[in-house]
Design a protein around this ligand. Structure first.
Ligand SMILES: [Zn+2]
Length: 385
């Protein structure tokens, strides 16, 4: 091995190790150096060196813990400097637009909600631009943090590589280059993501899936079913960005025609039971339909974890009933059913996922070194806890 090659290998190893340490601190802080070593499986001396660099760079701060250890000394805890960067986010839904500013630790600095203006596709777009301007105006001037970028989540088929909304039936947008428009207006990096994929990433950064590389985020709500898939630590989009159309899996070859043109879709079959639930009726049928969707996902993907979200799916009792039915039906060895947990991020799931995506794509690689690979999306990091 040449000296040059050896030097390159050691630089790369240091970068990868730095990413592992940052990822552990941002997901689990406050934590001690020993915790970081355990999570990353790096040696204590490697962790110590990297942490010193991060403290010097202002990304990590040290504080004295409150709990005294056996020797009576309080451990030094590491915390992410949450205000080192901020993300402006806009979550567009049919019922409302949620927008605001979120810090590196996933804490909302400012959040606003207003009714969505769906009177025309152009007026919805104008509302998104106004929301972005308001969010950016709320960036705290005194803080060292600057906006890393803008993230927008929408229902529909989104090409997240280009920021073009290919088709959103509910917002009546087609081939709409929203990212380019916002970028022109505000001069900041912009990403646009499908809402359910962003919500899945919210779980990966700040929710139940922080330690899980293969999981499914499934939503059950008034609008039907959706799925955000994370495979090998990366959001799974499919070749044409269409992956996750859970509501349109065929459950009855002789069923009714669905709005999508196919017959016997899960969404169409469950429509009456969603109406029944909305009218205050029982949700037993809806549990059955949700479990049907879940069993198909589990049989197809074998995820480690399923997180249920949405205004119906996120309720703890609903999730446990769906889990009980799915357990009976999934084709798994006994005891091998993945955990099914209700999301704890609630209405902020998409917003937090957008913030995580903005930081992963626009912040970390620049903050740590110019040529680091993107965190998270390519990282696929998980820990043995
Ligand atoms: Zn359909």
């Amino acid at each position: 091995m040449t000296d040059l090659r050896r030097a390159a290998d050691s630089t790369l190893a240091k970068k990868v190790n730095t990413m592992l340490v940052v990822d552990a601190v941002r997901k689990y802080s406050p934590l001690s150096r020993a915790d970081v070593a355990k999570l990353t499986m790096l040696s204590p001396s490697t962790v110590s060196g990297i942490v010193s660099d991060l403290v010097r760079a202002g990304l990590v701060t040290e504080t004295k813990g409150t709990a005294a250890s056996v020797g009576g000394r309080r451990p030094i805890l590491l915390t992410l400097n949450a205000s080192a960067s901020l993300a402006a986010i806009i979550d567009v839904q049919v019922a409302r637009i949620l927008y605001g500013v979120i810090d590196l630790a996933g804490s909302p600095v400012y959040v606003m909600k207003e009714d969505a203006d769906l009177s025309s596709p152009a007026s919805t777009a104008d509302q998104v631009l106004r929301a972005a301007a308001r969010a950016l105006a709320k960036l705290p001037r005194a803080s060292a943090g600057a906006a890393a970028g803008i993230g927008v989540g929408v229902p529909g088929i989104v090409d997240s590589r280009t920021g073009v909304i290919l088709k959103s039936t509910r917002l009546r947008w087609a081939n709409f280059p929203l990212a380019a428009r916002l970028q022109r207006e505000f001069g900041l990096p912009v990403l646009v993501e499908r809402d359910v994929r962003a919500a899945a990433w919210g779980e990966r950064c700040y929710g139940h899936a922080r330690n899980v590389s293969d999981f499914v985020y499934m939503t059950v709500g008034e609008g039907g079913f959706g799925a955000g898939l994370v495979v090998n630590g990366k959001p799974y989009t499919g070749a044409r960005m269409h992956a996750g159309e859970l509501g349109h899996m065929t459950v009855d070859m002789h069923g009714e025609r669905c709005l999508c043109g196919n017959i016997g879709c899960l969404a169409g079959a469950a429509l009456a039971s969603i109406r029944e639930w909305k009218a205050g009726g029982a949700d037993d049928a809806l549990v059955e339909y949700s479990a049907t969707g879940l069993v198909n996902l589990v049989n197809l993907l074998d995820p480690e974890l399923v997180v249920l979200g949405g205004d119906i799916g996120g309720r703890p009792d609903f999730a446990s009933r769906v889990e009980a039915v799915a357990k009976e039906r999934a084709l798994l060895a006994p005891g091998q059913m993945p955990r099914v947990l209700p999301s704890q991020l609630g209405d902020m799931g998409v917003a937090l996922g957008l913030a995580g995506l903005v930081f992963d794509r626009f912040y970390w690689s620049h903050a740590l070194a110019q040529d680091l690979p993107e965190m998270g999306e390519r990282g696929g990091m998980s820990y043995r806890t």
